[in-house]
Design a protein. Sequence first.
Length: 322
Amino acid sequence: MSFSSDTKDELARIEPESVCCMLAELAAIVSIGGTIGLMSAGRMRLTVESENAATARRVYSLFKRLFDVRAELTTLRHARLGGRNTYRLTLHGDEAAFVLEGCGILRRSEQGHIGIRRTIPKEIVSRRCCRRAFVRGAFLAGGSIANPEREYHLEFVLGDESFAASLLRFLAKYDLNVKAVSRKGAYVLYLKEGDQIVTLLSLMGAHSALCALENIRIQKDIRNNVNRVVNCDSANLQKTLDASSRQVEAIEYIRDHYGLDNLPPLLGEVARLRLDYREVSLQELGEMLNPPVGKSGVNHRLRRLCELAQALRQKSEGGDTT
């Protein structure tokens, strides 16, 4: 199973705190995953579809517990989608209207006119626990989360622009930096930051998914720190080798055009050691000297050798010119 499916399975097992929380969760599921149709004689039909079995069971249970209605359950197998199932729950007529009115989605005027609310019903999310339940239902119906091993990405895919804008404002109250984009005729709200996704998982009550994501983040941080150390060590080693190569080149020029025996004893000693031990650090080179010399002292002597080699080259070039 995917990380997203595991998260939905966890959310679908959460026992709501109260009836109002159950109603808020169902209202979000129906608003996002529901389709309202008309049958003959103006009767309504409500259909809720989900590819997640746990979500379908959750919706069936909420229909029964809140409104004492039993939805008609149909399983559809999609051959073109790798044989995956879609679970469809359907309510007809008065039962459909009863549920829609109870969820704050269907509104009747005093004149008997029917309207469909395309924003979040404020009366459904008046309490903190209900707001958490509403976000949970929204994720069950239209949410998904990528495997954090690959990337940090959580999104809600919504079919109605007005409801998408309403949900965006709703989530922004929790200091979530939600972005919106239109994709293939749908409206997508998404988060790309690990900290933000952790906040949303905590809000919904997906604590197992949250812990799994945090563990992956820690492992990633450790790997990144190790890589940084390795890269730093590699860069330092390359820097040492490059410096050593320049020093050896200078000493070899002095040897061939001036003679190491003509150098002052302190310079001659470090020059011979550098030729013999080309890959060691300045500190290691200093420890080989008699008496030992610190890193800065070795660097000073090698710099004098490089300056001497440069002076010999310039003198040679000047002589060739004349």
